[in-house]
Design a protein around this ligand. Structure first.
Ligand code: SF4
Length: 109
């Protein structure tokens, strides 16, 4: 579903049927944190899910206030691979278990 900034996000849920106006972030809901629409503006999750569709990777979200923007709340994302049972340092790329890195290209004559 598209988030309030019109970007497809697998964790956004909106129910506008018959005058309802229910919106929530199901990623933050699982961690019990309060979600507000402005978090979607800078959230990296839509980009991560477009770049990496690995079924073994689990995301966890947390609201943080970075030092450089003390008044702004930002999403902080942690990724974990269920297959290798390790944190994923770069969620856009993945852990490298299923798709070995760096990629090897073969040029056949
Ligand atoms: S905060 Fe991020 S994960 Fe949550 S609905 Fe918005 S874009 Fe999706």
């Amino acid at each position: 579903m598209k988030n309030p900034y019109s970007v497809e996000c697998p964790y956004f849920y909106g129910d506008y049927f018959r005058g309802k106006n229910v919106e929530e972030c199901r990623l933050l809901k699982t961690s019990g944190e309060r979600w507000t629409r402005d978090l979607c503006k800078t959230c990296p999750v839509p980009e991560i899910s477009r770049a990496n569709a690995c079924v073994h990777m689990r995301l966890r979200g947390k609201v943080a206030r970075p030092f450089s923007a003390a008044f702004m709340r930002r999403m902080q994302i942690y990724a974990y691979c269920d297959k290798v049972k390790k944190p994923v340092a770069e969620p856009r790329v993945g852990c490298g278990e299923c798709h070995a890195l760096p990629f090897k290209f073969e040029i056949k004559p």
